[in-house]
Design a protein around this ligand. Sequence first.
Ligand SMILES: CSCCC(=O)C(=O)COP(=O)(O)O
Ligand SMILES: [Mg+2]
Length: 233
Amino acid sequence: MSAPVAIVTDIEGTTSSIAFVRDVLFPFARRHLAEYVATHGQRSSVRQCLSDARTLAGEPALDDVGTVALLQRWLGEDRKATPLKTLQGLIWADGYARGELKGHVYADAARALREWSERGLRLYVYSSGSVAAQKLIFGYSVEGDLTPLFSGYFDTTTGPKLEAASYTKIAQALALPPGDILFLSDNVAELDAARRAGFGTACLDRGEASIPPGHGHPTFHDFTSLDPFARVP
Ligand SMILES: CSCCC(=O)C(=O)COP(=O)(O)O
Ligand SMILES: [Mg+2]
């Protein structure tokens, strides 16, 4: 593809380490979930998450304790269910605000995002983590507040990351032809979906995820070796 106008990036495994999400963020949510629901369960945002989780599970009669158990199970399965992701974001907000969490972002990713933004590329995020959680990981990051670099954020409320239609919606929201957008991810199934929608793609293989060979997406070990202004085959 020729140089993109916009870059849409995944977070976990792409800008940020899988280990941070798996070993820090998810256990933090798991530890605080029951207490958070007990304390904030009357807030409309929390009630909505609980109700949406019950609907999604097809178990409308579950009480709050049962719903917390359901959410804990989904957490263990890494289910990308919107109510779980929304609730995780609310719980992490407290952790970031108290200084107990600091968002991991690779130094090479922060450096490249700054440079690409300075050079006029429009930058966006598309992650299964909620938009609120995305703003937190980049806002309270070990590389400083990176949120000014981004022009917008997309999560599972736009659609699942494995469906081409989600990327079509993102292109429409950006008012750009799909061919002007480069999507970065460590997940081949996501990259395949983006490619089906007409996006350019780049696979980040940081050695943390097992990425099957032969997928055909241009592959980079980090952001330093990825030059979006060079022609990507
Ligand atoms: C926004 S940080 C937490 C990431 C998260 O919850 C997640 O499920 C990772 O999804 P991604 O689409 O960034 O791989
Ligand atoms: Mg990922």
